[in-house]
Each structure stands twice: as structure tokens, then as C-alpha cells.
Design a protein around this ligand. Structure first.
Ligand code: AR6
Length: 184
């Protein structure tokens, strides 16, 4: 599914985040930037040791990356030139500010990409794997946050894509995007 939103092409597709030919891919990281499983593991495996070296430097200089914030490193051997590492919330039932923290993770990733004049970026479905955030709820937050950012920042990017691992996740994001587009 593809739509134009305030001058940016927004694409939803099924695939693998590490294969994306975009300027920056977003990583679903942890606060220590230690690497891990899922998207994080795949990005570090494919991108090589340069990414982990820069993550270590960020950890030493500022203690890592708080939940809801974002930092940037090289893409190492990835096709993408940069990796934006963001940390989504761990799902604890929804009463601990998880929705707002997930929105911040998306918003701050987009803000950092814009500041660096990155023109194309790819997101995974942050927090919906190891961190257990319900995918439909996460999809609505992701789509609403992206729509809000793009509307406030016309032509900020050429393309923003969401790379969903499963057909079920793609469906959830497509449904959420249609919902968000239908509301003013
Ligand atoms: N490409 C696209 N999507 C993927 C890929 C891939 N290669 N691999 C998994 N997914 P997760 P989180 C999907 O667990 O929930 C790590 O250990 C997956 O199906 O990667 O934010 C970190 O170090 C799911 O829908 O991220 C953290 O400790 C989504 O990506 C923790 O996990 C996110 O799953 C972060 O957990």
C-alpha cells in the first residue's frame, strides 16, 4: 500500500528491514544499545561490527538511549548508510505510558532523520516482538504519529516505508493507515 502524505511517499510492505535500499533503517533497540534478537540482531549481523562500535561509544558518552528517544550510527555493511536506533516501551498492560512512549520513539526517529537531511527511511514495527506491544494498537499509534509528523513537516522526506515481517502485521498497519487517513 502506498499513499502520498504532505509531499512524502508513505509505503507499507512485507519484507526484511536489513534488505531495504533506503538512506536510513530504524532499529528496534534496547536502552543499552547492546544488540539483541529480532530486528536488532538482524541489523547487527548484516551490518557488521562498526555499528556495535558506534553503539559502545554512545553508551560510554551518554549512557545509551532512553525509551522513546533515538540515536544514529553508521549502517556499516548494510545497504542503508545509517541506522537510527530507537527504543520502544516494553508492554506492561497499557497503564504505564506505553502509548506515549511508542509515539515518541517514532516521532524522535523522524525528527532525527529530518535534522540529518535523510531523504528516505524504513521502520520496523517497533515494540511488537520481544517487547510484547499488541500489534493493532501499535500500528494505530505508528500511523497516527507519522501522519502528524509529515503534516507538520511538508516534503520532509522523499519516502518513509514500514517493513512488516508477517502478512498479519502488514494487514494491521494497512488497516491503521486507512483509519488514520479517514480521520481529519
Ligand atoms: N525485518 C523486519 N521486521 C522484523 C525482522 C526483520 N528482519 N525481524 C523481526 N521483525 P523485535 P521489539 C519484526 O523483537 O519488540 C531485541 O532483542 C518482529 O516480527 O525486533 O521492539 C532488542 O535488543 C516484530 O513484529 O523488537 C530489544 O531488547 C517487530 O519486528 C528488544 O528486542 C519488532 O520485534 C526490542 O523488542
Amino acid at each position: 500500500m502506498e499513499v502520498h502524505l504532505a509531499g512524502t511517499l508513505l509505503k507499507l510492505l512485507q519484507g526484511d528491514i536489513v534488505e531495504q535500499e533506503v538512506e536510513a533503517v530504524v532499529n528496534a533497540a534496547n536502552t543499552g544499545l547492546w544488540g539483541g534478537g529480532g530486528v536488532d540482531g538482524a541489523i547487527h549481523r548484516a551490518g557488521g561490527t562498526k555499528i556495535a562500535e558506534e553503539c559502545r561509544r554512545i553508551r560510554e558518552e551518554r549512557g545509551g538511549c532512553p525509551v522513546g528517544e533515538a540515536v544514529i550510527t553508521t549502517g556499516g555493511k548494510l545497504k542503508a548508510r545509517y541506522v537510527i536506533h530507537t527504543v520502544g516501551p516494553i508492554w506492561r498492560g497499557g497503564q504505564g505510558g506505553e502509548d506515549e512512549l511508542l509515539a515518541s520513539a517514532y516521532y524522535n526517529s523522524l525528527k532525527l532523520a529530518k535534522e540529518r537531511e535523510i531523504k528516505s527511511l524504513a521502520f520496523p514495527s517497533i515494540s511488537t516482538g520481544a517487547y510484547g506491544f499488541p500489534v493493532e494498537r501499535a500500528a494505530r499509534i505508528a500511523m497516527a504519529t507519522v501522519k502528524d509528523f509529515l503534516t507538520r513537516n511538508p516534503a520532509a522526506f522523499e519516502e518513509v516505508r514500514f517493513v512488516l515481517f508477517s502478512p498479519e502485521a502488514l494487514k494491521a498497519y494497512e488497516g491503521a493507515l486507512m483509519e488514520v487517513l479517514a480521520t481529519a
